[in-house]
Write a protein that binds this ligand. Sequence first.
Ligand code: SF4
Length: 92
Amino acid sequence: ERIEDKLYQNRYLVDSGRPHIKVRPHQSPSPSLLALTRVCPANCYELNESGQVEVTPDGCMECGTCRVLCEASGYIEWNYPRGGFGILFKFG
Ligand code: SF4
């Protein structure tokens, strides 16, 4: 079985109304914030029609890329999902 097939079996539980990642409001995104629209493997980040970066963390794989790039500078807030929510890895 391929790893992609196994990953496809992961389930994601949305913690409604309590997103674990938030983007700080901004007029125009910094380069590192903008980069998230390209590097997030789950495509959680996108530009809205006003040119600002928005996050929809449903499906986030908790890879930490956006956290490394943007948390220290304060562009995003990042917390692990509450217990029982978020990605539930299932291998084998
Ligand atoms: Fe995307 Fe990874 Fe950030 Fe989740 S932790 S939103 S998968 S870059």
